[in-house]
Design a protein around this ligand. Sequence first.
Ligand SMILES: [Zn+2]
Length: 240
Amino acid sequence: MPRCHLCHLDRELRNSHIVPEFLYKNLYNDKGHLMAINGVGSRGWAPLQNGLKQQLFCENCEQHFNNYFEKPFLERWVRGKPLPETWNDMEFVQWATFDYSAFKLFHLSVLFRASVCSLPTFSDVYLGHHEERIRGLLLDRKPGLHSEYPIFGYAVVHRESHKLIEMVTRAGKSSINGHRCWGLMYGGVQWWISVSSHRNIEFEKAGLQPDGRMPFHAVPWDEVDVIQMAAQALRAVSKK
Ligand SMILES: [Zn+2]
């Protein structure tokens, strides 16, 4: 009997999505928009096709992910639409409020899935000893300290239309201010998680706050490369 990657029990495994299926929905409804983006050049952030699945978790753990992390994110982010669809003023910073624990754990759960799977698309995602720590947080439904795995994100918009780009990409690795950061794009935002044993003060200040508030700055999709993009967006948010 195979072993579940979350509870570590020998159980029959379900075919698990890496990025939840509901985050692909808008892509199919807005194909013209997405194709326009591909024409611009994605700087290595290849869009993902739906259907990336692997047998990773048992039925209980799939339900655990679904009930505690995915449903709240679907409700608050996808249905709640906390960001403007079009960023008319590129200097504008949108603040939104979330349930800190569920919101942080959702993003950690996507990164965790990418880390434990063996799909070639996510083969470069390696969290080292942090994988076990994150597994514990997900199992216990504890978000950890604010200084642990802080999350920062910026809205990614089309250069001309300033419309949100809701594509899903593979994971990207970056070193921001000396911290290992993992980036994944879904739901119109490039999310960065600092996976480091040292405090990433800039992320703590400019990202998700302990009271659940989070600022979002917009960055045109094709403007700068990934690392510059993150640094620039961090500075823009920190100034406000
Ligand atoms: Zn399990």
